[in-house]
Design a protein around this ligand. Structure first.
Ligand code: PEP
Ligand code: MN
Length: 355
C-alpha cells in the first residue's frame, strides 16, 4: 500500500502520521518517504494494514490518498504514476540529459573498463563526436575469474571525472559494494548496479540512501524474473531514491552462440508494469559486436528509452569484453539510425492520433 502525503502537511501532522505508521508496522523497519514525480510517498506491506489501520490512516490530515497496487512491488508500479523522467548529470559539471519516454533515446557508450588515461580520454571524445550523451566505463569490474583485469578502482574513478571535464559528458560507472557508494557517487553521474549484484540488497539500499541521490541504473540479474528485477528496483526507491533506470542486458540460456539472450519483450512489458525508463545493453546481451547494430535498432523499435553500448578504439586489444565492443565509427551509424527510427516512430504515432 502506498500513502501519498499532502504537500502542505505540517510537521505536527507528519509526526502524528509517523507515530501511527510505527504502530501499524510494529517498527519493523525505518519509515522512509520518497519523492516520486513531485509527490511524497511511503510504501507499506499491504498485509500489515488491516481495515481498521486503513481507516485510521485515512483520518490523518497528512494523508492525501491511499493507493493499493495489486502487485508485490509498490513504488515502481505504474499504478502510482505513468512514467518517470530521470535527469542525468549536474549542469555545474556536465551537460545533463533527460531520460524519459517523451525525450529522444539516450545513448551511453564507452569502454567496458577504464584502462588508462589516454584510452579513456580518446574514447570519450570519440563517442561524444559519434553522438553519445553519456560516457560509460568500469572502474570496478566484476570479473568471472579472479585472474582477469579487475579494473583500476579509485584511479579509474578519477579518470572518469577527468573525462567528464574534458568532454562535458555525464559518466556512468559500476559500484559493487555498499561501502563504496559515496566514493563512486562523487565521481559518477549515474551509479550502475551490475547483473551479478541485482539482488545485493545492502547495495541496493545504500544506492537508495546515499546523500547525492545520483540516478541508479539497475541491470537485470543473469537469470532474474521481471518481478524479481522490479522488487530489486523497489529497494532503491523504498530507501529514498526515485531516480532509477532498468537495464535489460540479456538473460542466461542454453545456447553458447550468443553470450546471453536479449529479452526485448521485456521492454513493452515493463512499460505496462512500471514507470521506470528502460535502457537496453545489446553488447552484454549478445557478446558479439556484429550483432550490436541490429539489436540496437530492434531495442529502439521496441520502445527503449536508451542504449548502453561498449565502444573501444581498438576492440581487439581491449582488456575486457573486446569481442562485443564496437568502434566509434560503428557507434556513429547506430546513433544516426536511432535518430531516424525515433523520428519515424513519432511520425507514425502522430498519424495514429489523427486517424
Ligand atoms: C558491464 O556493464 O560492463 C557489466 C559488467 O555488465 P553486466 O553487469 O550486465 O554483466
Ligand atoms: Mn563489459
Amino acid at each position: 500500500m502506498i500513502i501519498t502525503i499532502h504537500t502542505q502537511a505540517t510537521s505536527e501532522e507528519r509526526a502524528s502520521l509517523m507515530t501511527l505508521l510505527c504502530r501499524i508496522t510494529g517498527s519493523q523497519r525505518p519509515i522512509t518517504s520518497t519523492t516520486i514525480g513531485g509527490q511524497e510517498v511511503i510504501a507499506l506491506d499491504s498485509s500489515t494494514v488491516d481495515e481498521q489501520a486503513q481507516s485510521a490512516l485515512k483520518q490523518q490530515s497528512a494523508v492525501d490518498r491511499l493507493v493499493t497496487p495489486k502487485t508485490s512491488y509498490q513504488l515502481v508500479s505504474r499504478t502510482l504514476m505513468s512514467e518517470s523522467s530521470v535527469l542525468v548529470g549536474d549542469s555545474r559539471r556536465c551537460t545533463p540529459v533527460t531520460i524519459s519516454t517523451t525525450s529522444s533515446p539516450v545513448i551511453m557508450a564507452g569502454p567496458c573498463a577504464v584502462e588508462n588515461k589516454e584510452q579513456l580520454i580518446s574514447i570519450a571524445h570519440a563517442v561524444k563526436q559519434a553522438g553519445a550523451h553519456v560516457l560509460r566505463g568500469g572502474a570496478f569490474k566484476p570479473r568471472t575469474s579472479p585472474y582477469q583485469f579487475q579494473g583500476l578502482g579509485i584511479e579509474g574513478l578519477k579518470l572518469l571525472s577527468e573525462a567528464r571535464e574534458a568532454t562535458g559528458l555525464p559518466v556512468i560507472t559500476e559500484v559493487m559494494e555498499p561501502s563504496m557508494v559515496d566514493a563512486v557517487a562523487e565521481h559518477a553521474d549515474v551509479l550502475q548496479i551490475g547483473s551479478r549484484n541485482m539482488q545485493n540488497f545492502p547495495l541496493l539500499t545504500a544506492a537508495g540512501k546515499h546523500r547525492l541521490k545520483r540516478p541508479v541504473m539497475l541491470k537485470r540479474g543473469l537469470s532474474a524474473t521481471i518481478d524479481e528485477w522490479l522488487l530489486a528496483a523497489e529497494y532503491i526507491l523504498a530507501a529514498g531514491n526515485p531516480n532509477v533506470l532498468l537495464c535489460e542486458r540479456g538473460i542466461r540460456s542454453y545456447d553458447p552462440q550468443t553470450r546471453n539472450v536479449l529479452d526485448l519483450s521485456c521492454v513493452p512489458l515493463l512499460h505496462e508494469l512500471t514507470h521506470l525508463p528502460v535502457i537496453v545493453d545489446p553488447s552484454h546481451a549478445t557478446g558479439k559486436r556484429e550483432l550490436v547494430p541490429t539489436m540496437s535498432r530492434a531495442s529502439i523499435a521496441a520502445g527503449a528509452e536508451g542504449l548502453i553500448i561498449e565502444v573501444h578504439h581498438d576492440p581487439n586489444t581491449a582488456l575486457c569484453d573486446g569481442r562485443q565492443s564496437i568502434t566509434p565509427d560503428q557507434l556513429r551509424k547506430i546513433a544516426a539510425e536511432t535518430k531516424l527510427l525515433t523520428r519515424l516512430m513519432k511520425e507514425e504515432q502522430a498519424i495514429a492520433r489523427v486517424a
